[in-house]
Design a binder for this molecule. Structure first.
Ligand code: GLC
Length: 530
């Protein structure tokens, strides 16, 4: 049955709820700490559900909370079917799920198929079993090159810096596209696929509504693991185009078909992929009817505050999904990138632009992902060297600071650290002074705050018929501006022209800045019903 895309979110069916849902990414270490150890956890999420209800989101994506030695803060999974004690336990997860569902919030969790932790029982067994064993065949162990095998098997770099290969005591090498503590699995091994399926079913049987698939373009590697084309930037966020054999191998689609086949047994569940593939046609392949329901649109996440770049991001994202059953899926920030307040210039300017960007993101047809703290206008934080924890910092020889700046805990209330995030002042990443005005508590009491803007925007998006329809029509706008119209009658105008522009025809529904004089200021956006 083809989905009815003419309905606003509240009237969607249970099967395709995700098509225009607003998802909220909880970076679990940084959202809310329920047990006072300075690290966020499942109990913290439960305690903050009222905030999420008042905000008006539809679903959560919770980043990995599985047992992990935390070499990459949970993306190194030692057991994908249990809960890391730092974050809680399975009973706590079940309670969170039940409470969220009772409040009308769906819950999706992270799936990390590409690699395990080096402490996963499988990897430990592989080390013990030695070359040519079935235990090693779950990973990508190879002999080295050169006379005594002392050279890595190929030239692939790790996206965290250094070679993508590490050598073990008996002389073999294993592949890790990420940190050495994150060995890549071999998806040509049926046992590996079967185990992924067991993980999917484990969480689906508990009642989760879907998954965010980590490195969803990574699981398959070309036969023979040939050298890749040398590239200047091969890092986490680089544009992995053709010639980068670490990613987007055609074999990856078999894995997605297998994931989808399982999801189809659980109606109303979905998966969104983290697919860093920049060519529209290549990205569209992941959205075929028997693959992912959604793929993040990273073009908006990587666009500068520039009208042509923003328009291009929208055009390419819509072109990507045009021939697929998928809607677009918009992201402004996540736990891997500088926050958009900071990307757009920081300070008062960055906040003004972020407010406008929020109205752009939430007016576009499709699903939207908010990153925890977006709704507070959180900026990145300049952290001193000694507190940095991201593996990128050490692996790059301390030349790249990594992603900690965008992972600082969320401020909830009060006037000093830890601002209600934790009962103790020392948090896993320190919180700066002066964040009282940024707290949810302070912003909830201020009709002009970023939080109030998000609440109103999400309420309108959920209830107003002007958001109906998945199409978008560009409408004429002054130079330096973008304007489009949705089939239901929503017009969104974004002004980067350097000066105020007249408001178009229509009734103003919401604006990111004062439109009192019949004009939209520079660096602002407005929603109208026309
Ligand atoms: C994804 C995650 C990132 C993690 C990496 C390895 O890119 O978003 O945080 O480091 O995968 O799992």
């Amino acid at each position: 049955m083809s989905p009815d895309t003419s309905l606003p979110a509240a009237r969607r069916t249970d099967a395709d709820w995700w098509r225009d849902a607003v998802f909220y990414q909880v970076y679990i270490r940084s959202f809310a700490d329920g047990n006072g150890d300075g690290v966020g956890d499942l109990a913290g999420i439960r305690a903050r559900l009222p905030h999420l209800v008042a905000l008006g989101i539809d679903a959560l994506w919770i980043t990995p909370f599985y047992p992990s030695p935390m070499a990459d803060h949970g993306y190194d999974v030692a057991d994908p079917r249990d809960v890391e004690p730092v974050f809680g336990d399975l009973a706590g997860f079940d309670a969170l799920l039940a409470e969220a569902h009772a409040l009308g919030i769906r819950v999706t969790v992270d799936l990390v198929p590409n690699h395990t932790s080096d402490r996963h029982a499988w990897f430990q067994a592989a080390l013990a079993a030695g070359p040519s064993s079935p235990e090693r065949a779950r990973y990508l162990f190879r002999d080295g090159r050169g006379p005594d095998g002392a050279e890595p098997p190929n030239n692939w770099p790790s996206v965290f810096g250094g070679p993508a290969w590490s050598r073990v005591d008996d002389g073999q090498w294993y592949l890790h596209i990420f940190a050495p503590e994150q060995p890549d699995l071999d998806f040509t091994n049926p046992e590996v696929l079967a185990d992924l399926e067991a993980t999917l079913r484990f969480w689906l049987d508990r009642g989760v509504d879907g998954f965010r698939v980590d490195v969803a373009h990574g699981m398959a590697k070309p036969a023979g693991l040939p050298d890749m084309q040398p590239m200047e930037d091969t890092g986490l966020l680089a544009d992995h185009g053709p010639g980068d054999h670490r990613f987007d191998d055609d074999g990856v689609h078999d894995v997605h078909r297998r994931i989808r086949a399982v999801l189809d047994e659980y109606p109303g569940t979905m998966a969104v992929g983290e697919v860093w593939v920049s060519q529209d046609e290549r990205l569209a392949l992941y959205l075929r009817p028997d693959e992912l329901q959604l793929a993040f649109n990273f073009k908006l996440l990587t666009a500068e505050w520039d009208v042509d770049e923003l328009r291009d991001a929208v055009v390419h994202s819509l072109a990507t999904v045009a021939g697929t059953p998928a809607p677009a899926c918009w992201v402004l920030s996540n736990h891997d990138r500088p926050r958009h307040v900071t990307r757009y210039g920081g300070g008062e300017v960055g906040t003004r632009r972020a407010r406008a960007a929020a109205l752009l993101q939430l007016a576009l047809p499709g699903a939207a992902y908010l990153y925890n703290g977006d709704e507070l206008g959180m900026p990145d934080v300049d952290l001193p060297d000694e507190v940095l924890q991201d593996p990128i910092w050490e692996r790059s020889g301390r030349t790249e600071r990594g992603r900690d700046a965008c992972r600082v805990p969320v401020p909830w209330s009060g006037s000093e650290a830890a601002y209600g995030f934790s009962s103790r002042a020392e948090t896993w990443l320190p919180m700066p002074e002066g964040w009282e005005p940024l707290t949810a508590e302070a912003q909830a009491a201020d009709a002009g705050s970023v939080l109030s803007l998000y609440r109103t925007a999400l309420q309108l998006r959920r209830t107003s018929p002007v958001f109906a329809g998945e199409g978008l029509e560009w409408v004429p706008a002054p130079d330096g501006c973008l304007a489009f119209r949705r089939p239901g009658g929503l017009v969104c105008l974004l002004n980067l022209s350097g000066a105020a522009v007249p408001l178009p025809e229509g009734r103003v529904l919401l604006a990111s800045a004062d439109t009192g004089d019949g004009v939209l200021p520079h660096d602002a956006a407005v929603w109208l019903h026309a």
